[in-house]
Design a protein around this ligand. Structure first.
Ligand SMILES: NC(=O)c1ccc[n+]([C@@H]2O[C@H](COP(=O)([O-])OP(=O)(O)OC[C@H]3O[C@@H](n4cnc5c(N)ncnc54)[C@H](O)[C@@H]3O)[C@@H](O)[C@H]2O)c1
Length: 268
């Protein structure tokens, strides 16, 4: 522990598994007090068993009231709030426009944008009154390589993640100088429970880890690494800490170097 978040009070939305769960561990290790809003009661129970000091609220982050309740629980327990992190998301399993039935577009669009974008807006709006009282106020939204490149998600997922990238830019502009707003854009990640979309019949489908998936993730990127939630979590720690006090409207690309993977290397 280096104490980078000593004295900081954080709410992490969507923290029952995967990247959000790893952020809980990293924030606690760095001295933060942590509250969580999570839809899945079993994941909340497991979190409470592992970390009884974490304040958990079970609820759907795509609606206003659970976000208000989670912020209120954090403020009641900690006396305030300094950091909001949102890790909520669903995936479309690479569904292209060619494979998207016209009748499915309305439902799938509404669901993906409700979860991937609206949940972020609701959590930010709910947290703002408390964040405005903080001298270390930070909002961190979870983007993806899909907020920058095609091909790592389907058309709706990519569009929704570009929208999250837009939220980071717009919110950073709106909320300066009092609140810093940054994004983290993870690449394909091992060990998560990222779910599909109910309206496309894949709500129970999750990304699963096989030796092939680790090798495939590593082969995609110049650094040849298959990253986990723990790998990404330190980027959230840095952006939540006062070490990044000059950074807003930015992004950490925790993705093994996707931006320099596009062109094949020149041969001598
Ligand atoms: N897994 C990847 O390869 C990957 C890559 C880049 C970006 N991401 C993004 O990272 C974020 C976290 O994904 P993950 O892979 O860790 O998945 P995950 O499913 O393991 O984590 C998301 C958590 O949010 C919870 N959640 C989902 N909908 C919710 C809602 N409406 N209200 C409250 N909680 C809700 C889930 O139960 C889960 O605990 C997502 O935004 C995802 O798009 C994931």
């Amino acid at each position: 522990m280096t104490g980078w978040l000593e004295g900081h009070r954080a709410l992490i939305v969507g923290a029952g598994s995967g990247i959000g769960r790893a952020i809980v561990d990293a924030f606690l290790a760095e001295g933060a007090r942590v509250a969580v809003l999570e839809r899945d009661p079993d994941k909340c129970a497991a979190l409470s068993t592992a970390h009884p000091q974490v304040v958990t609220t079970v609820g759907d982050a795509t609606t206003r009231i659970p976000n208000d309740l989670a912020v209120a629980a954090a403020v009641k327990a900690f006396g305030g709030l300094d950091v909001l992190v949102n890790c909520v998301g669903v995936f479309d399993f690479y569904r292209s426009i060619e494979d998207l039935d016209a009748n499915a577009i309305d439902g799938a669009f509404d669901e993906i944008f409700r979860v991937n974008v609206k949940s972020h807006l609701h959590s930010v709006k709910a947290a703002l009154p408390a964040l405005h009282q903080s001298e270390h106020a930070v909002i961190l939204l979870t983007e993806s390589t899909s907020a920058y490149y095609p091909g790592r998600g389907g058309v709706l997922y990519v569009a929704s993640k570009f929208a999250v990238r837009g939220l980071v830019t717009a919110l950073a502009h709106d909320l300066a100088p009092g609140v810093r707003v940054n994004g983290i854009a993870p690449g394909g990640t091992l060990g998560t429970d990222l779910r599909g979309v109910a309206s496309l019949g894949s709500a129970s489908r999750s990304m699963f880890d096989t030796p092939e998936r680790a090798a495939e993730l590593a082969a995609r990127v110049p650094l040849q690494v298959a990253l986990s939630g723990e790998d990404h979590a330190w980027s959230y720690v840095f952006l939540a800490s006062d070490r990044s006090r000059g950074i807003t409207g930015g992004v950490v690309h925790s993705d093994g170097g996707m931006s320099v993977a596009a062109a094949p290397k020149k041969r001598r």
